[in-house]
Write a protein that binds this ligand. Sequence first.
Ligand code: SIN
Length: 320
Amino acid sequence: MSKISLAVDLAGFHLRNPTMNAAGVLGMSPPLLKRVYDAGAGAVVTKSIGPVPRTGHPNPTLVQLSGGALNAMGLPNPGVDYFVDEIAKLKELGVPTVASFFGGSVQEFAEVAYKLTKAGADALELNASCPNVAEELGMLAADAGSVEKVTAAVKDETRLPVFVKLSPNVTNVKTVAKAAEWGGADAITAVNTLLGMAIDVNFRRPVLTNVTGGLSGPAVKPVALRCVWEVSQAVEIPVIGCGGVTTWEDAVEYLLAGASAVEIGTAVMTRGVEVYGEVVRGLERYMTKNGFSRVEEVVGLAHEAGRHTESRVDKCNIRV
Ligand code: SIN
C-alpha cells in the first residue's frame, strides 16, 4: 500500500498538511499561534497587520449566534513595526507563518508587504475583504480593478507567495478572483466573513456597536463553499477554502470543491485548538479509506462528478 502524504505546496509555500487557522483567530501572539501549530495545523496565519497601530471598534465587537459568530473588531492591531519582532519570534519557534495584512491605500498595502517580507514571514495574505471598515478604508474586494492594482503593487515589493483573501459580499466573486490573478496573486483565499447583524430585543438596538459585522462559522459554510467552487473554476492558481470548517468532513468538502488547503477559524471557539489535529486525522483516514495517497488527488474531484451530471442532462436533452 502506498504511503499517504498530507503535504501541500501553495506556490512554493510548503505545508505539512492542508490546514491553517483563519486570520484573526487567536490574534498574533507567537505562543498562541505556536499552540495552533503544535495542535496539528500545517501553518499559521496572523491577525491582519496594518501600517500603524489601530484600536479597532468599541465593544461589543463579538456576538455568538446559533450558527456561528458575528464580529466587528475593526482591524485592531499594533502596527507593522511592532510586529516585525513577533514574526522573528514565530520563526525562532519554527512555525511556518503567513502574515495577514492590510492598508488604507495601494501604497500602504505595498509598504506593509515590504516590511513583513523583510521581517521573515513565509507567505503573505492580502486582506482585501474586511467587512467592518467600509468608511475608513473601503472594502477593496468589492472592486475588481482595485484588487488587481493593489495585488500588482504588493507583488512588486515581495518575493513571497501572496494569497489574496476575497469577500463573499460581492455579486461575482469569480471576476474579483480573476482580477487578483491578473495582478499576480499566487493563491486566492475564499472567503472572508459574510456581512450580517444582530439586534438585542430587550435594548431594541443592534448588538454590535458597529451595527453590522462579519458572520463566520457553520452558518456560512455553504456560501463559502460555493465561492470556492466558482473561484476554482475561474482561476489557474490554488484556492484556500475558508468559512465554517469545523469537522474533517467540512475540510474534505472544500478540497472536493477545488480548495488546495483550508483555514479553520470559528471552530476554535467551540472545539479548542485540538480541532486542527482532529481535522487532519480525519482527512488522513478518509484518504486511506478511499485510496488517495496525495491531497492534490482529492482537490476539485466534485467538479468531475458535476461534469458527468451535465453530460447526462445533455444526453437526455433536458432543457433547464
Ligand atoms: C475585523 O478586524 O473587523 C475582522 C477582520 C476581517 O474580517 O478581515
